[in-house]
Design a protein around this ligand. Sequence first.
Ligand code: AMP
Ligand code: MG
Length: 324
Amino acid sequence: MNTQILQFNTDNIRLAAKEILDGGIVAFPTETVYGLGANALNPDAVKKIYIAKGRPSDNPLICHISDKAQIEKFAYLTPFAEKIIDVFMPGPITVILQKKPVVPDIVTGGLQTVGIRMPAHKDALSFIKACGVPICAPSANTSTKPSPTAATHVFDDLNGKIRYILDGGRCGVGLESTIVDCVNGTLLRQGGVPKEDIERIVGTLNPPPQSDIPLCPGMKYKHYSPNAEVLLAIPTADMRSRIAAEYDKRQGKTIILTLGGSYGNRNVCSVGSTVEEYAHNLFDCFRRLDDEGYECIICEGVDGSGVGAALMNRLTKASGGFVF
Ligand code: AMP
Ligand code: MG
């Protein structure tokens, strides 16, 4: 199959929507990362997402909508969920609700709940609206690779496996959505909307299940990770001198991801000057440094407030627990 990158215009939106309604899959931009979408009401189409990504079938997908009024067609609202939806949708947040029978099991990985999100992204919304059906989508990368934040990232992973990639430029946030399980008030994943902001509206959330976090250094579980080894430095006062010392011990081609630090003549990659810019650039840097043949990426840690919490979560996972 020939994969085409399409610019956003009326004709191409129509072409992509037709592909969806014909049972195909299409990659599209959102404010978090690129999604790989299918008609959520067509199980045969949804199956193609799992195959293209190499994704385990018990890992549920998020249903993307273009209008909040659609939620009740697919899920049962609760007062708790409505508070979150009123304040944060559209935006980088996913709410988990009890699903209605119309949502196929393949979308939810067999769960009785469904994840729903309305992106704050003009092009994403016009694409979803043109389809006229909910679009279920995970990130449009090969499973375990860093999520795609540009159309070229999707192309690198899925060339030949999908017909169309809608190109909306670089994703603004650059990290995935925050996921709140509204059935039991649990924060399932840190993401684009900071936990503190949500707690200001609904009170304290239950913490993510423990299994989400690598428990000790060297644990096998890795996600969002480049091919290079990733090391994460805890943000202490002497972090930069500890990073320099760690760098000097490494034999292979090594680079430091930094928020404006200076490290003499060591290789550095600047990720910007704010935590938001670090988040926006992280996955793009991982992919680029892999292409440049780096074997080890040492990442500066950040304070875990605001989007910093989601960033530290992704860095921790990418490091597989190699935190120093
Ligand atoms: P991705 O957008 O690639 O991160 O994939 C979607 C993620 O949303 C899954 O990996 C789950 O973590 C989460 N998710 C989607 N639906 C549900 C659900 N019903 N219950 C819990 N988590 C969900
Ligand atoms: Mg993903």
